[in-house]
Ligand binder design. Structure first.
Ligand SMILES: Nc1nc2c(c(=O)[nH]1)N[C@H]1C(S)=C(S)[C@@H](COP(=O)(O)O)O[C@H]1N2
Ligand SMILES: [Mo]
Length: 256
């Protein structure tokens, strides 16, 4: 997504995610001014607080029917991770894939794909909204993240779940990653998905495991998840903003 490095686009995304009403012209200079950025940052906090107050804790994202399915669920961002280890796993239908779950937990665990499929599953038809301006409705099957949390037993100090992905985003080893808070982590519709539209999750959509966190925008839904860590802070990880796109300026809270 090369165009997303662009400052104006980033500004518009910030403005959209902040939920503010802004004049969408001549904003380039404004977006570079410190006070304006600070204002947007506080608008984001307000929006976050307001949404959490307005939405009941367990509010569900809308679910659809088979008649609503998009004919094709397109791919966005990485469509095939350029990582030799990932390619080796893929060449063997992910039989050797192991998802590591650790960090601030009592029982760190490693799951094969079969281990994950053996846990109780959930199937949901939901709409995916990408900030780049497209949406698609897909049917996802996976294990609710809550089932995995029950097994690893997060420490009370755990505040976030971080997803580390297989795909390199540059040639210096930066990889895609994302994070969500414990409320979204325990939410009934938050899945580690392994099927899309009744077939094993295609590589273009994040095989073998991708996150569904249905009350959030597309970039929160990490594909190619290799490792999960429970943590008490995000500022010490990678760029410090909680996700690959957040480190480039996107909002961490992408609730819709
Ligand atoms: N690992 C990884 N996860 C990712 C991305 C990516 O490039 N790499 N792109 C994100 C974005 S911006 C979107 S909109 C969705 C796209 O999911 P899809 O490829 O299934 O359409 O995945 C998100 N998760
Ligand atoms: Mo996206």
């Amino acid at each position: 997504m090369p165009s997303q490095g662009n400052g104006r686009r980033r500004f518009l995304l910030r403005a959209l995610a902040a939920g503010g009403t802004l004049l969408l012209s001549g904003c380039d200079r404004l977006s570079h001014s410190a006070w304006f950025t600070r204002m947007l940052d506080s608008a984001e906090k307000l929006t976050f607080g307001a949404q959490r107050l307005l939405l009941p804790r367990k509010a569900m994202a809308q679910e659809f029917t088979a008649a609503d399915l998009s004919p094709d669920f397109r791919s966005n961002g990485t469509s095939n991770p350029a990582d030799p280890l990932y390619q080796a796993l893929a060449s063997n239908q992910f039989a050797d894939y192991r998802l590591q779950v650790g960090g601030l937990v009592a029982q760190p665990r490693t799951y094969s794909l079969d281990d994950l499929k053996a846990l109780p599953s959930r199937t949901q038809i939901t709409r995916h909204d990408c900030v780049e301006g497209w949406s698609a409705i897909g049917k996802w099957k996976g294990v609710p993240l809550s089932r995995v949390l029950e097994q690893v037993q997060p420490h009370p100090s755990a505040r976030y779940v971080v997803f580390y992905c297989a795909d390199p985003m540059d040639d210096v080893g930066t990889r895609y990653y994302e994070s969500i808070d414990m409320e979204d982590a325990w939410h009934a519709q938050t899945l580690l998905a392994y099927e899309l539209n009744d077939v094993p999750l295609p590589i273009k959509n994040g095989a073998p495991i991708r996150v569904r966190v249905e009350r959030q925008l597309g970039y929160k839904m990490a594909k190619y998840v290799m490792q999960i860590a429970l943590v008490d802070r995000l500022d010490t990880i990678a760029g410090g903003k909680g996700g690959y796109w957040e480190d480039q300026g996107y909002e961490w809270y992408a609730g819709i």
